[in-house]
Write a protein that binds this ligand. Structure first.
Ligand code: GDP
Ligand code: FE
Ligand code: FE
Length: 176
């Protein structure tokens, strides 16, 4: 993978490990999630679409317009098939790291948040979220997710259909 993506992956792994340790979860598992979470991101849009079709996935209009939204699930396929990752919890966190999900394990939430707060990603308000990421996993996931939705609306980006159920499970409860 390109150097910047490699370095982002290492920083995400380190951040995820730190978060897992803070919450009494498996720190090495979290590190592995960070290492592989974006391994499909080096693929071009055409390669991502081909990979998704090869897996037999039906694509929605947002994925066709924004093929990079497939890199979460393609990364999980590559992690399993090319890098031999067989831990279902790790693969789940990789799959859900971009869009979240109705049902999120603590490791899934760590991947989502660590990816956003790793030290290479400065943005306004990040410092508060960084602190929260080591204090309250649910609150930091909710804050990170809200940031994404706000950004998408402001940038006039299409919102993926998974985003509504994922968000509603945060605000209505039931996000595990
Ligand atoms: P990265 O792969 O390390 O850059 O991080 P992510 O896998 O979390 O991808 C982040 C990008 O996905 C950000 O630009 C988000 O705004 C974007 N994203 C997340 N959800 C959606 C969505 O529903 N629609 C669109 N168009 N983009 C989204
Ligand atoms: Fe990603
Ligand atoms: Fe990432």
């Amino acid at each position: 993978m390109p150097r910047d993506l490699y370095e982002h992956s290492i920083r995400t792994a380190e951040t995820a490990r730190e978060m897992a340790a803070a919450f009494g979860l498996d720190a090495e598992k979290a590190y592995l999630v960070g290492l592989v979470h974006d391994c499909g991101k080096a693929l071009s849009d055409v390669e991502l679409l081909d990979a998704a079709r090869a897996e037999g996935w039906s694509l929605n209009e947002v994925e066709i317009a924004e093929p990079y939204l497939l890199h979460d699930r393609v990364s999980a396929v590559l992690a399993r098939e090319r890098f031999g990752v067989d831990d279902a919890e790790v693969l789940s966190a990789v799959e859900k790291h971009t869009l979240g999900d109705e049902s999120m394990s603590p490791l899934d939430k760590i991947a989502y948040v660590a990816d956003m707060v790793e030290p290479g990603r400065p943005y306004p308000g990040l410092d508060a979220l960084r602190g929260l990421a080591l204090e309250n996993l649910d609150a930091s996931y909710a804050e990170a997710y809200a940031h994404t939705i706000g950004y998408l609306a402001r940038a006039r980006k299409p919102i993926h259909p998974k985003t509504v159920p994922a968000w509603n499970s945060i605000v209505l409860g039931g996000s595990k």
